[in-house]
Design a protein around this ligand. Sequence first.
Ligand code: SF4
Length: 227
Amino acid sequence: MEKLSLLDFDDNITCTLFFAGCNMRCPFCHNSALVIPGMKPQFIPWQDIKDFLEKRKNVLDAVCVSGGECTLMPDLLEKLGEIKALGYKVKLDTNGSRPEILKIAVEQGLVDYVAMDIKNSKEKYAKTIGVDNVDIKDIEESVDYLMHTDLVDYEFRTTIIEEFHETEDIEKISLWLAGAKRHFLQQYVDRDGCIEHGFHPVPKEKALIWKAILDKNIEKVELRGYE
Ligand code: SF4
């Protein structure tokens, strides 16, 4: 639990909850303790989290539900309902691999904003997420749903890394997400908690060229994490 963040969800004062477990293994993932079995992330009882959120109702605006991949959690919808019942706005971070859960959460009014990762062009998805058996149809379904529902606001975001992304991938992503509202290109930072190390961030000059490619098809494209 990150008790206070001003960066996660627009201007909202936000508490971020990180749920353990993920069906991807992105080598550049910052949250290896939440993703790799046996690494024993800090466990906080749900009741303690609810007590904290109850106490801070007048200070915090929103809760960001993140991971790992929070849509894998069997009782996610119930927990989102409990957060909403306390009066909070909810931002959901997802890798887009569980479109059925995403849709239910949105349609039940449990989510106010969705941030979905676009890891790479479809052809390079499996390599980028470090698993062999990605079902790209699920990712496509989540993208398609977010782009066509009026029920929730959203962003797509891609952490760009020299070893994984090329201009050709960005061109493919630009066509794939054509008509989308918002896409962030995020700078990669090699942190202690990463699953693997030694990758390199994309320099700002190149990121700006890639932004221009995405600008052709996406309403608003921004760099995140670049000065
Ligand atoms: S970056 Fe996200 S999707 Fe990838 S392994 Fe980490 S938590 Fe899972």
